[in-house]
Design a protein. Structure first.
Length: 283
């Protein structure tokens, strides 16, 4: 693979980062993941807007103007001949002698690489997934997409070990979101429920796209918190993220959701999301 590090395209084995990089020492950095389908970036404007916002929240400057970042993404797709997968971007505060405090004006470290994946044909996307439930142990600013992901790493490991594909995280009896996805349920009267954006969850880019699609399709959607009990009783459930697109949830912990098959609203959103993703993709 060819990867990108601070202005250079290099074979992955030749790429280097300082051991004093604050991303390595303190998880002091931000990341983004954009899907690539048919060689094109999906919802990338939303991801780059969120990158800029996340960086702003932790006082790291954008490493390059947005237009230049898009050029880096496009160049990586081209050099790696990527048809389907993701482009990963990471910006850390940079390297300095280890100290909790940081100086103003540090030079951020900017790394990017591609990962080839079958997004659309993944068994999870096609057939749906079983999702575990566990306590949300993350910090209080989950709206910032930091590389400080240990709570999610452990949640996923535990979920996988118990035979689940993803974990939905729970706080005060309410589902916050998935360890790496946005969580939705569909009520008996056909309404999609999703938690409102706040410091408690990452504002999903796919969520933003799905909300627009639901509105255009005339499917009603309500932004409110939902409980574990409501999720158990749901008619349908699904999750979204850049890399998992719209993935049906057919089991939650030890309970089957409805008849255990992906529901019609979920299927409709999957189809329309992909259709629009391909139409609106860049370059
Ligand atoms: N919530 C969390 C905690 C995530 O890590 C992610 C994506 O990785 C999402 C939600 C979904 O966000 P997006 O749709 O922008 O990929």
């Amino acid at each position: 693979r060819t990867v990108y590090v601070n202005g250079q395209y290099l074979p992955e084995h030749a790429a280097q980062i300082s051991i004093f990089d604050r991303g390595f020492l303190f998880a002091d950095g931000i990341y983004e993941v954009s899907a690539v389908i048919d060689g094109r970036l999906v919802d990338n404007d939303l991801h780059l807007a969120r990158l800029e916002r996340s960086l702003g929240e932790i006082m790291i400057p954008m490493p390059l103007p947005v237009a230049e970042i898009i050029k880096v993404q496009a160049e990586l797709i081209r050099r790696n001949d990527l048809r389907e997968g993701v482009v990963y971007l990471q910006v850390t505060r940079g390297a300095a002698d280890r100290d909790f405090g940081f100086a103003e004006g540090m030079q951020p470290t900017f790394v990017a690489f591609t990962q080839a994946k079958n997004l659309r044909a993944a068994a999870s996307v096609q057939d749906g997934v079983a999702v575990d439930l566990m306590e949300d142990q993350r910090w209080a600013r989950r709206d910032i997409k930091t590389v400080m992901l240990l709570a999610q790493v452990l949640a996923k490991k535990r979920a996988k070990g118990r035979g689940f594909h993803e974990a939905w995280l729970v706080e005060d009896g309410f589902v916050t979101e998935g360890a790496s996805s946005t969580a939705y349920i569909v009520t008996a009267d056909g309404k999609i429920i999703v938690r409102p954006n706040s410091h408690a969850v990452l504002p999903g880019c796919t969520r933003q796209a799905i909300m627009k699609i639901a509105e255009e399709l005339g499917v009603s959607m309500e932004e409110r918190r939902f409980t574990v009990e409501e999720a158990y009783q749901a008619k349908e459930a699904f999750l979204t993220s850049a890399s998992s697109l719209v993935t049906p949830v057919i089991r939650l912990a030890d309970r089957t959701i409805a008849d255990g098959k992906p529901g019609p609203i979920t299927r409709r959103l999957q189809a329309v999301y992909l259709e629009l993703a391909l139409k609106n993709s860049e370059p």
